[in-house]
Design a protein around this ligand. Structure first.
Ligand code: BGC
Length: 244
């Protein structure tokens, strides 16, 4: 059984066919840069181009960086505001002529990590963080993944993700040490509220975990995502296979 997994990010859309029995990508992922905030219609065409690249006919799962309820997108903090209120699954199904299921991008990464990655076999309370343009968050417990919006916990009148996402390090040209100090405070706040036993960190920056993990002081066991930046694609495909 396979499905096409799509990960919509702040600066690019990525996709690949995935073996949903193992979570493994069956081909090298195809990536299309989306430098400016593109409209929902252009997003539909961009995803159709990825599907066409793989000559894809079958279920598609799509991870979106915002609140998703059913097939409807409710927030779009880092993408075009026109996504709010949009039926994302319908839009992408129309553009690709394939059955589509949509979910939050952080939840997608969490599904892949809990089934096949750093959290496999672990049923205790787990917090998953994806550090990219924003901060994607999900909780997992006893095999159930729940999408969260903890990147928007308020800090100095803004969302914490504006200070501690990987994008903040690049935007503000912070050293690893400066950025890690912020991330450490964010994790401390998460731990005070949620007391996870395990924290899994994904997103592109997780490939460089040895640069900042030693600078963090979590109470929980902290590990990098095993799928690194591909967890979003793998989890979206699993979701697509089961819900499209
Ligand atoms: C969004 C979340 C998303 C995260 C990572 C946040 O701004 O509100 O839904 O998971 O960014 O993309």
């Amino acid at each position: 059984m396979k499905a096409l997994g799509i990960d919509i990010g702040g600066s690019a859309v990525k996709g690949a066919p995935v073996d949903i029995k193992t979570g493994k990508l069956l081909a090298e992922r195809h990536r299309i840069e989306t430098p400016e905030a593109i409209t929902p219609a252009r997003m539909g065409r961009t995803i159709a181009a990825i599907a066409a690249h793989f000559k894809w006919k079958g279920p598609i799962g799509v991870g979106f960086p915002g609140v998703v309820m059913g097939t409807t997108i409710h927030t779009s903090a880092n993408l075009h505001p026109a996504f709010v209120g949009c039926d994302g699954a319908k839009l992408i199904a129309k553009a690709t002529r394939c059955p589509v299921a949509l979910l939050n991008d952080g939840a997608a990464a969490a599904i892949a990590e809990m089934r096949f990655g750093a959290g496999r076999g672990f049923s205790g309370k787990t917090l998953l963080l994806t550090l990219g343009t924003g901060i994607g968050t999900a909780l997992a417990y006893q095999g159930v993944v729940v999408p969260m919006e903890f990147g928007h916990l308020p800090h100095k009148g803004k969302s914490w993700e504006k200070f501690a996402a990987a994008s903040a390090r690049e935007r503000e040209d912070l050293t690893w040490k400066q950025w890690a100090r912020r991330l450490d405070r964010y994790i401390a706040e998460m731990e005070a509220l949620f007391w996870p036993e395990l924290i899994i960190v994904g997103g592109g920056v997780s490939a460089k975990h040895e640069k900042f993990f030693p600078l963090l002081n979590p109470r929980a066991r902290l590990v990098p995502a095993e799928f690194l930046n591909q967890a979003g694609i793998a989890g979206a495909a699993i979701w697509g296979a089961e819900h499209a």
